[in-house]
Write a protein that binds this ligand. Sequence first.
Ligand code: C5P
Length: 298
Amino acid sequence: MSVTVRVPAKVNVQLAVGAARPDGFHDLANVFLAVGLYDEVTATPSPGGLRVTCSGPDAGQVPLDRTNLAARAAEALAARYGRTPDVHLHIAKDIPVAGGMAGGSADGAAALLACDALWQTGASRPELLEICAELGSDVPFSMVGGAALGLGRGERLTSQKVGGTFHWVFAMASRGLSTPAVFREFDRLNEGTEVPAPVASHDLLDALAAGDPDALAATVSNDLQPAALSLFPELAETLAAGRDAGALTGLVSGSGPTTAFLTRDPEAAEKVAEALRASGTCRAVRVASGPVAGATML
Ligand code: C5P
């Protein structure tokens, strides 16, 4: 018997970042949108104990030890229910690794849902979301999907209404960026300045609710973008190439280095994708739209 869960990537349409807190985290006003690039996690009983494997073009970059959020999810659920995490987790990976699209978080949410079904723990949805929040700031959103505003570390979610489908192009960079390193660079760049408390943009939430790509393009923002560009200056060329190709806007996704380009319709997305592929400013290009559902059992 095995259970497979499909889980989407995310893009942050707003990422407002406050000053570093005493615990090292930053308060955020984080508007997530789940988009149709997916990982699949399959949980199968493994009498030999916890084991993680991974397939896909970037599989070599995925840690298979206990630092993998999928492994940590299985351990957290097993500990809570007093059982051993005797499970083999296979990750079929399509979300870019270390890309700012919550690929690791997605695998954590998917593994949690898969193990929960396999072990028939009977855990409630709020309990699962609580474990998600312990695993990482972005993990609860990977579970719920759709669109949501995340406050606190980003883990306190309120679902948001979305009035249409948004069409995106994602440009994968030649190397990854570490999320803690990007937050550290944010702190360094803001040293000596008063960082305002992060607030969600009402205009942006209205644009989402209206399903209006032009209004969304006019309101997207990412406070981590200067930090990501400071650590990875070549991303400016990718952003310029996507905008020149007719994207409504382009921004760094989360902590990067994946860049995200909003377009008006699927045809425009294909055109921007073609131009980005030809530009030589990125490693790979994908088209995906959102919102889509969160972690889902297949
Ligand atoms: O929560 P998560 O484990 O995904 O966070 C990874 C790292 O990103 C944290 O260790 C921290 O350095 C940074 N972070 C932060 N503030 C947040 C979320 C993440 O500083 N709200």
